[in-house]
Design a protein around this ligand. Structure first.
Ligand code: AMP
Ligand code: MG
Length: 275
């Protein structure tokens, strides 16, 4: 299957505001126009080069920040996406924040408090490994707060993200879509590999049993909160290389559309000779 020339990855994998979402109809095995990693490796390399180029300009330009939200079920590849997509990008221009179970101090504040503090400043790409969406995902699935509390959060999140967007934060949200079977394989691989065992938690199996509840919660989060100013992208993620490829494509397309420019140099530099 090849992409028609006019179709961008943003259009292809982005969720149009107001569109109905049915995750069961989206193929996590999709690999677009490629049959294998081997076929894609040249394109991946070129894409990494482009990302490096745009990030260099974006950092120097210093006019906007880029917030990348990663959400997914366990093992879908939040960590791997960060490691592989950002490989080679200047670390000085990137922040990564992982949101865990809130600390007592975080619990003592509203749920967006810790989030807002971590939003990247101008020139920076900020990656959220989990995010405020946990407050309508794990929190909803486990009833950590009553329905009348979490159900109001979709609108609060949209307003918060709109506020950020109107203040020079460009937002991309990725849901890394894997199948239940693929998760089983990856959890087993973590158990079987001594170097990966540290990533396994018995709690992951409890969450896995709640798969359908999570899919319902993800569907609502994506459907209610994919907006013009902060779109959701559903990324086929059973194949790690294709996941990385699509995420990188969406980031590159977004940076390109911003058209970041190197700032004008000081005047009168032409005549200067450094001795
Ligand atoms: P990991 O990403 O594997 O390090 O796990 C982090 C854990 O923190 C996951 O089980 C998340 O569901 C949990 N977590 C993150 N944010 C929240 C939140 N706002 N409320 C409750 N649990 C959360
Ligand atoms: Mg985990």
């Amino acid at each position: 299957m090849s992409l028609p020339n006019h179709t961008t990855f943003c259009e292809r994998y982005g969720v149009r505001p107001g569109a109905a979402v049915d995750l069961s109809t989206i193929d996590p095995n999709d690999t677009g126009e490629f049959k294998s990693l081997k076929e894609a490796s040249k394109s991946l390399k070129k894409l990494r080069k482009k990302l490096r180029k745009y990030q260099d300009r974006f950092y120097a330009w210093n006019q906007k920040s880029l917030l990348i939200v990663l959400q997914a079920m366990d093992t879908a590849g939040k960590d791997g996406t960060i490691k592989h997509v950002m490989r080679g990008v200047n670390p000085q221009g990137v922040t990564v924040t992982s949101f865990k179970v809130p600390t007592p101090e975080e619990y003592a504040h509203d749920y967006l408090w810790r989030i807002h503090k971590a939003v990247p400043k101008k020139g920076m790409i900020g990656i959220f490994n989990r995010s405020h969406y946990e407050d309508v995902l794990v929190v909803r699935v486990h009833n950590y707060v009553p329905q009348n509390v979490w159900s109001r959060r979709y609108e609060q999140i949209n307003s918060f993200e709109q506020h950020l967007a109107e203040n020079d934060v460009v937002i991309l949200k990725f849901y890394l879509h894997i199948s239940l079977d693929e998760q089983a394989r990856r959890l087993q691989a973590r158990l079987d590999n001594p170097d990966k065992r540290w990533k396994f938690s018995k709690g992951d199996l409890k969450e896995r049993k709640l798969w359908d509840d999570y899919m319902a919660a993800y569907t609502d989060a994506i459907q209610k909160c994919s907006t013009q100013h902060a779109p959701w992208y559903i990324i086929p993620s059973n194949n790690k290389w294709y996941r990385n490829y699509v995420v990188a494509q969406v980031i590159v397309e977004t940076l390109k559309n911003m058209d970041p420019q190197y700032p004008d140099p000081e005047e009168g530099l032409e005549d200067i000779v450094v001795v």
